[in-house]
Structures are given as C-alpha cells and as structure tokens.
Design a protein around this ligand. Structure first.
Ligand code: MN3
Length: 231
C-alpha cells in the first residue's frame, strides 16, 4: 500500500470512529441504547406481607442480601467485561459469550425481579383466561399445579421451576442455578409466565429441608393477574 493511500485511509477510519463515538455519546445522553445497568425492583409488598407462607426474615434476607448481591456482582461483570447490551433479553440471547459471573448474577437479578412480581399476599385461585389456558394444556388447574410442583421438587440442588409460553404453547420445566428460559442455551426456552425459586435460601429458615411443604404453601401466593398478563 502506498504511503499516501495509507494516510488517507487512516484519516477516514479515524473520522468514522469519531462519528460512531459521538453517536454513542448522544445515545447514552438520551438514555437510548445505554448499556444495561442491573437493579432490583422495589418489593411490591411489605417483607411480612407473605406471612405465614413465606416469613418476613426469609424475605428480608432474600431481597436485601441475596438479590442485592446479584445486582452488585452483575454490574461488576458488565463493567469488567465491557458488555454493551441494552437489555436483559439481549444479554440472555447471547449468554454463552459471557463469564459464569455474568450469567449467574444477571440471571439472579432478573429471576428475582420476576419472582417478587409473580407473588402477592392472598393470591387465590386462577380464573378466566389463565384457568382456561391451564386447563386446555394440562387437563385441569390441579393437574397443572401437580406437574409444576413435580418440576420444582425434581430440580436437584439449587434452581427454578418455570411455566413458559413457547411458540404459543404452555410448557413446564426447570433450570439449575440462576439460569432462566430467556437464556439461549437454557434447558427450557420461552417467555416466563410463572416461576418458583427452589434455592434453599428461599425457604430453609421456615421449612428446613421440607421443600415440598414450601411449594405447597407457595401456591397461596401466586399473583394470577400477573401470570395472565404474560399470556
Ligand atoms: Mn433466590
């Protein structure tokens, strides 16, 4: 390459980098395509509002220590790895590109934000379109609960059970650790509609090793209106 062409190309390259950087700065200042910053949603109810099914001390430690730590560590990973994605969905869609620290903690942030929303005091029974959808797919609401509970019981060690919508179909499955169905390589794929956290930290203070009792009590807390909003 002759010297004049090289200098010309270098100047053009530098100019285009300047344009890109200016565009990125403008986008960031408009909060448009700004890199993902993980955060906890505010707890939608008081820490003792899910008593007696989930006790206040468990909620306090779960939200203020476990969930808060996922946020801190996820943001650290995003900074260290210079990850430039604008949403959790974009991050999870290519999760295999990132570190275990990023995967586990960003998953932990998203999963818990979802979990707090999917519960409420005195959840009651599903009705309307949720009841119809569950009955249509699983035979009855009780049959759905049985299958979902079995997925939650069957997850060995720490993880989650999920109800998802996958290509218009309802499916039940589970994931290890803080994986979720939005992750490109998860064991179950789809849009999450309902989830239960079966890590011991979610129930051990009150239920000790009795995961089955925790799951049975948890059904009293499902926010079915929130489930319906995802259908
Ligand atoms: Mn948890």
């Amino acid at each position: 390459m002759d010297r004049r062409k090289f200098i010309g190309d270098s100047v053009k390259a530098a100019a285009s980098i300047t344009v890109i950087n200016t565009a990125a700065a403008n986008a960031a200042s408009l909060n448009f395509l700004a890199p993902l910053r993980c955060a906890q949603i505010p707890l939608p109810y008081a820490a003792d509002a899910l008593e007696p099914h989930i006790d206040a001390r468990t909620m306090d430690i779960h939200y203020n220590r476990h969930h808060a730590a996922y946020v801190k560590n996820a943001n650290e990973a995003i900074d260290t790895e210079k990850i430039q994605v604008e949403s959790y969905e974009a991050l999870f869609a290519q999760i295999g590109k990132y570190s275990a620290k990023c995967r586990n903690n960003a998953g932990g942030v998203w999963n818990h934000n979802f979990f707090w929303k999917i519960m409420k005091p005195a959840g009651g029974q599903p009705s309307g379109k949720v009841a119809e959808a569950l009955t249509g797919t699983f035979g009855s609401v009780d049959a759905f609960k049985e299958k979902f509970s079995a997925a939650a019981m069957g997850r060995f060690g720490s993880g989650w059970a999920w109800l998802v919508k996958q290509n218009g179909q309802l499916k039940i499955g589970s994931t290890p650790n803080q994986d979720n169905p939005l992750m490109s390589d998860a064991e179950i794929q789809g849009t999450p509609l309902l989830a239960i956290d079966v890590w011991e930290h979610a129930y051990y203070l009150k239920y000790q090793n009795l995961r089955k009792d925790y799951i049975a009590a948890w059904w009293n807390l499902v926010n079915w209106d929130e489930v319906a909003s995802g259908l």
